[in-house]
Design a protein around this ligand. Structure first.
Ligand SMILES: C[S@@+](CC[C@H](N)C(=O)[O-])C[C@H]1O[C@@H](n2cnc3c(N)ncnc32)[C@H](O)[C@@H]1O
Length: 407
């Protein structure tokens, strides 16, 4: 870890957060939503009535720490979160946020995640490490260090920058270094503003409408444009990175963004892709879409990877951030799901039975019970027809992160 990275986050804790906002909202997202990590890492079988230990490595100003701690406070009496970060200024913000919420299930540590193997911490069920590893001199060393404190059946939710969605950024970082790498940060911030004003219409950063973080505040601007150590990964490089630690890449989030079929409808071209590996197809999708700025993904220990839950039988499907009645009503009118990913509108067709299935997805009813309920209405409904249409519905809704399973 270079001192300049530490100095940057002491001067500009990232992301900028006001602890008083905890009274207005809880920041949520992926990874580290409890239901989501249960689905992807524990085959939907995790019982949160039992102890659960989470580490947030490079916790910054506390987004993941607060989200995890609040969920555990609500659902897991013996849940604990350990926060670790180099930046004491960031830690102060995270601690103040926890205090505003009255959360008492977090232990705060200052230090480098590279020192985790020697810190003597008890192993974790889950590790969140977002936006951190790509700032290390040797990201592989960071991932190895995290693995040393991960339980045998545990998993991690990671985020690293993605190459194509950051088009235009790295040449701009180079220009800003050329303008005076050693100048005080305040001066460099002013230089960024002047340079951005002067970018010609042909400049790739100016032409990339999806990189807008720097418009929010100085902390965001420094993090994006003046970082001293920052690299991005293609899907293939994520695969190599995860494999370097002997870990297993479980899934990217959202899965649909990593499927060529989400963007490409040409059957001849799709046929050519059919036999490619999952990673090869995901890499193709990333290049095709061009707008993936970060890769969020779950990894588990290779030897102990529990299969992801399958959408049939005793599995209990549940919707996230969508009401079943509302979605069912909309699908009854038009069996198409529309979503927009970073400026790109996508449409996914759903099968004939999707509305009736979604109506019955209430977080309590198993897939088998949903079939039984539909078969009561239509005695001719064959199980195979149901299974095929349920799998299709699951693929679309899970693909956009609206449908998960628990055992
Ligand atoms: C871009 S911020 C991300 C913060 C947080 N994970 C989030 O997603 O909001 C990166 C954070 O990683 C921390 N960091 C960088 N290198 C670290 C290391 N070796 N050990 C612990 N923290 C580190 C920085 O201090 C900074 O707070």
């Amino acid at each position: 870890m270079s001192d300049s990275v530490q100095d940057q986050y002491e001067a500009y804790p990232y992301p900028s957060r006001d602890p008083r906002d905890e009274h207005k909202r809880l920041i949520t997202g992926s990874p580290s939503n409890l239901d989501e990590l249960n689905h992807y890492l524990f085959a939907g079988r995790r019982d949160f009535a039992k102890p659960f230990r989470a580490l947030v490595a490079g916790g910054g100003t506390g987004d993941a720490t607060i989200m995890l701690a609040q969920q555990l406070a609500d659902r897991c009496p013996e849940g604990e979160v350990v926060y670790l970060d180099l930046s004491t200024a960031s830690r102060a913000v995270a601690e103040a946020r926890a205090a505003e919420r009255g959360l008492s299930n977090i232990t705060f540590h200052s230090g480098s995640l590279l020192d985790l193997p020697e810190m003597g911490l008890e192993a974790f069920d889950y590790i969140d490490c977002c936006g951190v590893l790509h700032h290390l001199k040797q990201p592989e060393d960071g991932l190895d260090a995290l693995k040393t404190v991960l339980k045998q059946d545990g998993g991690m939710g990671l985020m690293v920058y993605a190459t194509h969605g950051r088009t235009g950024l790295y040449p701009t970082q180079d220009m800003l270094r050329a303008l005076g790498n050693d100048l005080p940060l305040e001066t460099r911030i002013e230089q960024v503003r002047r340079l951005l004003e002067a970018l010609p219409p042909t400049n790739w950063l100016r032409r990339n409408p999806f990189l807008g973080d720097h418009k929010r505040s100085d902390a965001e601007l420094v993090d994006l444009l003046l970082h001293s150590q920052d690299r991005a990964y293609s899907v293939e490089e994520v695969g190599e990175f995860v494999a370097s630690a002997g870990l297993n890449l479980v899934s990217f989030i959202e899965p649909a963004r990593y499927r060529p079929e989400s963007y490409l409808k040409d059957p001849k071209l799709l046929t050519q892709l059919r036999d490619k590996s999952d990673l090869g197809r995901a890499g193709f999708a990333e290049k095709l879409a061009g707008n993936i700025k970060t890769h969020v993904f779950y990894v588990s220990r290779k030897d102990d990877c529990q299969a992801q839950p399958e959408p049939h039988g005793a599995a209990i499907p549940f919707l996230c951030r969508l009401e079943n009645h509302v979605l069912a009503a909309s699908l009854r009118k038009n069996p198409v799901l529309s979503v927009t990913f970073d400026g790109l509108p996508l449409r996914f067709n759903l099968p004939r039975l999707a509305a009736a299935m979604v109506e019955r997805i209430d977080g309590k009813t198993t897939v088998a019970e949903i079939y039984a309920s539909l078969a009561e209405l239509d005695p001719h409904l064959e199980r195979a027809t149901f299974d095929q249409q349920f799998a299709q519905t699951y693929e679309v809704l899970n693909g956009v992160n609206h449908l998960l399973l628990r055992a």
